[in-house]
Design a protein around this ligand. Structure first.
Ligand SMILES: Nc1ncnc2c1ncn2[C@@H]1O[C@H](COP(=O)(O)OP(=O)(O)OP(=O)(O)O)[C@@H](O)[C@H]1O
Length: 187
């Protein structure tokens, strides 16, 4: 069993990594999925209640609430398959929750790229970012780092510098998923 987690600032390449996983038939669980499910469980529309419910969950159940809610989702996927990917960890308490549950079977990949590179890629991506409210990349970085993302990145098992081509990046992610993280853990 392997649970691969990704962490990275906006525009670093987490979405691409999740795409690679899906292409390989590896189920992807995102924290967003957890929040959307919680909205539905409470009879609310995820489109309008996403932010409020994310905050409410943390207030009611502590800062690791969303990670903890994702555990049953991950466990049910792991009944059918050996590897799953958790997209986009945000805080060290979330990392603690995954490490506590999965131990060494949890493998964390930090995806990193310089500010200017991410800024350019986000501009090129050009998708309408919901929930951004015109927030600048600098502000988003600061908000994410404020949740403790910097510590999570430092505690990763492997760091991928996503500064080469998209193909090269996708290949690196594919190798981690296909060959298993053991190759990195043994180093
Ligand atoms: N190595 C690369 N070369 C060129 N483009 C890339 C590379 N890696 C990612 N991209 C592109 O950069 C954009 C940002 O990547 P992606 O959407 O995966 O980031 P993200 O970490 O999921 O960001 P966010 O947290 O904002 O959703 C995408 O359009 C992606 O296709």
């Amino acid at each position: 069993m392997t649970v691969i987690g990704t962490v990275g600032l906006p525009g670093s390449g987490k979405g691409e990594a999740a795409e690679v996983a899906r292409d390989l038939g590896v189920p992807v669980v995102t924290m967003g999925d957890v929040i959307r499910q919680e909205c539905r469980d409470r009879g609310l529309d995820p489109a309008t209640s996403h932010g409020t419910i994310a905050q409410t969950l943390r207030e009611e159940n502590g800062p690791a609430a969303i990670a903890e809610r994702s555990l049953p989702m991950l466990e049910s996927r792991l009944e059918e398959t050996d590897t799953v990917l958790v997209d986009g960890l945000r805080s060290d308490v979330e990392l603690d929750a995954f490490r506590e549950r999965f131990g060494d079977d949890f493998f964390l990949v930090s995806i990193e790229a310089p500010f200017e590179v991410r800024e350019e890629r986000i501009t090129d991506r050009g998708r309408d970012e919901t929930g951004d409210d015109g927030e600048s990349l600098k502000e988003r970085d600061e908000r994410e780092l404020g949740f403790g993302m910097g510590e999570v990145m430092e505690r990763a098992d492997v760091t991928i510098e996503n500064t080469d081509t998209l193909d090269a990046f996708r290949e690196q992610i594919r190798t981690i998923i296909e060959d298993g993280p053991q190759q990195y853990q043994e180093q």
